[in-house]
Design a protein around this ligand. Structure first.
Ligand code: 1GP
Length: 254
């Protein structure tokens, strides 16, 4: 609808969650895993019912293209902003409200620090998408994930919060507007609260945390350590009803 089109500025929306000290929740829709329209619509509707703040849509690997269907269903069933979380420039298209312009700052793969961005930038401009410059940090959370494999990079060591903190600090000095600490989809365990709080102390920009969050306790720990927005994908795909318990944790102190 028109009001939605004119008012939504996704970065301001996320920054306002941080400034209001709220506990933000994003649902990750992996188009590959949500190829079944019934299942996809069920998760979107439940997320809308519980007032989720954001949908992230995308994946490190796409074997079939269901992205347009995801964006269409989100618009039809909710007024929640949708953000493309691209694994590569082939995922770019009109449809999302914004795109995370990710620099994989935990890695040393030049293609994911600047190369793919050169390819993506003119398309993003043509499509008129809001661009959110995001310092993206993959963390080794117990198993090799698709994200770390496909990116060909070494993730940050789990027990080295100081490396994450100084990486984020350097990226903020370089102009990144947001940070995303990610254990990768389906991680064996979430990013540690120690690492989250080290990054939180190091930078002032909004901080997103995801990967392997499966319980209300883990969500609570991530928020308490300083995450402004947590991202849950796999756990909701496996059990959409979990959103009820996660939401209770959000409301307990926000
Ligand atoms: C992955 O942070 C997201 O990039 C979500 O991870 O699927 O493990 O919830 P999960």
């Amino acid at each position: 609808n028109l009001v939605h089109l004119f008012l939504v500025n996704v970065y301001n929306h996320i920054a306002s969650i941080q400034s209001a000290k709220k506990r933000g929740l994003a649902v990750l829709l992996d188009p590959d895993k949500l190829a079944d329209p019934k299942r996809r619509k069920q998760i979107i509707s439940m997320a809308a019912q519980y007032g989720v703040n954001l949908f992230l849509v995308g994946g490190s690997l796409m074997t079939e293209d269901h992205l347009n269907a995801c964006f269409k269903d989100i618009k039809a069933l909710s007024s929640i902003p949708s953000v493309l979380f691209p694994g590569s420039p082939v995922q770019l298209r009109k449809g999302p409200d914004a795109v995370l312009f990710l620099s994989l700052i935990s890695g040393r793969n030049a293609e994911l620090l600047i190369g793919q961005h050169v390819i993506a930038a003119p398309l993003i401009k043509q499509y008129g998408l809001e661009t959110i410059s995001t310092g993206y940090m993959l963390v080794d959370c117990g198993k090799s994930t698709t994200a770390s494999y496909i990116s060909g990079t070494q993730p940050l060591p789990y027990d080295k919060p100081e490396i994450a903190a100084t990486t984020a600090l350097a990226a903020e000095m370089l102009g990144q507007k947001m940070f995303y600490l990610d254990g990768g989809s389906g991680a064996a365990k979430p990013v540690s609260p120690e690492m989250i709080s080290a990054v939180r102390r190091s930078v002032s920009a909004p901080l997103i945390v995801g990967g392997g969050i499966k319980t209300p306790e883990q969500a609570d720990a991530a928020y308490a350590a300083g995450a402004n927005l947590i991202v849950i994908g796999t756990a909701f795909e496996e059990n959409p009803d979990l959103i009820f318990d996660i939401n209770a944790v959000r409301e307990s102190t926000s």
